[in-house]
Design a protein around this ligand. Structure first.
Ligand code: ADP
Length: 531
């Protein structure tokens, strides 16, 4: 692998040498010099120099295991980075629930025993590896921790599980003799990685790597009592100080420790980076984050535009691009209505909601407004699982409004694709939203987002301006059911009374750049700063 940068350089030097020769061979009536230069670039293409190596450590990654946006980012960002001259390795737990077809692709890279606990208890670490599209995936294998059905269960099990995972990931890098420039950790499940790196691994090969930690959602932090965390980590006493892991009187907070020890912190949008430094959004870590604000950066997420491509999406009833979106979206709408048993009618406005059904996602606002949404011309499709009270509420709305409301209380990737394509608008009225991906996917599929102006929603959805015809969706600011209703009514008014202007927005959204290219370049820039 170390040969690659040299090889790239060699190729580029050769390309540089060849370029002038081509110029010389151009006929006398060749265009003016400026145009010639454009046609035959003297400099090589935009290959990002220098090369850098990164290891991602996180708890989920599409297509192996995904419960939310973290899984999407762990999949898409590495793929975008390798296009920008980075070596990327992703370390994940080998959950039993990873589909068999991926389990079969894995080969055993090695195995060893690792001391973990305060009393010297040691655990088996297997490393299973597979390579997909240039990204190397290493799965930490241990039946005792990962042999369960789901990636997250409850804190009693999850705390030891992710203490083990964080330490095993670093031990695996040493074992494989893979020391990257930067170790990029994601969310609380990998929060102890920077802490281990600064302490128990400081004098080992991997100790020379720099660390970055990304906050995908600050609500979940991995908090447990100090004796338990002391036992499962065997970290030195000073780590349980207020400046690192300690929180309150007797707890330790894994995310807090990671934020303290990492060389850099990022979060998934600029607005959220500011918000989490305030008490309202800071989840009790706002002061800690203000203290570390000098190393905190916000970079907005993108989506994988190959995975989410309406021109080739096999899960749609009809594929489409910005040219034929209006006609084909109608076909998808009819297919969606037929599949879900909604009244098949092009004229209805279909509003979708694809979400974890939790407080974060603004479901109490939707609940409060549901009756008002249903005006005889609107259909509502909900896809999600989560808190029983929301699941139950949507089921009741479905029962009371047959053919008009459909509550799909499940996780269904294929149905999500059809909803993105078949719905006219998508609701994302979150109480807080670090970035949010559903609004990005919606725009890419020509669906108009209706969002609250918070976090990444604010950074990615420009409100529709009725005077200039600019913008991508409908927005509201305060967390208030009346304001959500107002935004939905504004959307409906445009949809039902000025369809050409709505259709223009649909086309505009499809052409909006929601890819990872720009954001991956910003991550790369930060890696190089750390290197
Ligand atoms: P979060 O990570 O907070 O759950 P995001 O908007 O960042 O929210 O990411 C949600 C991702 O999960 C999107 O890719 C969305 O399509 C997907 N998703 C959410 N709920 C479901 C579901 N019930 N079925 C299929 N996909 C879902």
């Amino acid at each position: 692998m170390e040969q690659t940068p040299k090889e790239t350089k060699k190729k580029e030097t050769a390309a540089k040498r060849r370029a002038p020769a081509k110029k010389k061979a151009a006929p006398a009536e060749a265009p003016a010099p400026a145009e010639t230069a454009a046609a035959v670039p003297a400099e090589p293409g935009p290959v990002s120099e220098p090369r850098c190596s990164v290891v991602f450590i996180g708890s989920e990654c599409y297509p192996f295991i995904k419960t939310g946006g973290l899984g999407d980012v762990m999949y898409a960002l590495p793929r975008a980075l390798i296009k920008q001259n980075c070596d990327v390795r992703v370390i994940l737990p080998r959950y039993k629930c990873i589909p068999q077809k991926y389990q079969e692709k894995m080969v055993r890279r090695g195995e060893f025993w690792m001391d973990l606990c305060e009393d010297g208890r040691s655990f088996y670490v297997g490393i299973m590896e597979c390579v997909m599209d240039g990204v190397v995936y290493d799965f930490i294998d241990n039946e005792e921790f990962f042999g369960w059905g789901r990636p997250y269960t409850n804190l009693v099990d999850d705390i030891p599980k992710f203490c083990y995972f964080s330490k095993a990931s670093l031990a695996a890098l040493n074992y494989m003799d893979q020391v990257p420039d930067v170790i990029h950790c994601h969310d609380w499940q990998a929060g102890l990685v920077p802490v281990f790196l600064r302490t128990l691994f400081a004098n080992t090969p991997v100790g020379s790597a720099k660390s970055m930690i990304t906050i995908h959602n600050l609500r979940f932090q991995g908090i447990y009592n100090i004796p338990t965390l002391k036992y499962w980590t065997a970290l030195p006493g000073w780590c349980f100080d207020y400046t690192v892991l300690k929180q309150g009187y007797e707890d330790a907070n894994m995310f807090k420790g990671g934020l303290a020890c990492a060389d850099m912190i990022t979060t998934v949008s600029g607005t959220y980076a500011g918000e989490i430094q305030t008490p309202y959004y800071g989840e009790n870590l706002d002061a800690h984050l203000r203290h570390h604000a000098g190393k905190l950066h916000g970079i907005v997420n993108g989506i994988d535009v190959e995975q989410w491509d309406s021109r080739s999406d096999a899960l749609l009833a009809a594929c489409y691009d910005a040219e034929n979106v209006l006609e084909k979206k109608r076909e998808n709408k009819r297919a969606l209505q037929a599949r879900l048993g909604l009244r098949e009618d092009d004229g209805k406005m279909v509003i979708g909601l694809i979400s974890r059904l939790t407080d974060q996602k603004g479901l109490d606002l939707i609940n409060a407004d549901m009756g008002a949404f249903l005006d005889g011309n609107t259909q509502i499709v909900v896809l999600g699982t989560g808190d029983a009270r929301y699941e139950e509420a949507f089921r009741l709305y479905e029962e009371a409004n047959p053919g008009v409301v459909r509550a799909c209380i499940m996780y269904d990737e294929a149905l999500a694709h059809l909803i993105y394509a078949g719905a006219d608008a998508l609701l994302v009225p979150s109480q807080f939203e670090p970035c949010g991906l559903t609004q990005l996917i919606a725009m890419r599929y020509g669906t108009v987002p209706i969002v609250r102006e918070t976090g990444g929603l604010k950074d990615t959805v420009q409100p529709f301006n009725t005077y200039t015809d600019e913008g991508n969706g409908f927005t509201f600011d305060r967390y208030d059911a009346g304001l959500l209703l107002d935004a939905v009514i504004r959307a409906k008014t445009l949809f039902f009374t000025e369809r050409e202007r709505w259709d223009e927005m649909v086309r505009r959204n499809m052409e909006k750049d929601v890819s990872w290219e720009n954001s991956a370049a910003q991550y790369r820039e930060l890696y190089l700063r750390l290197k």
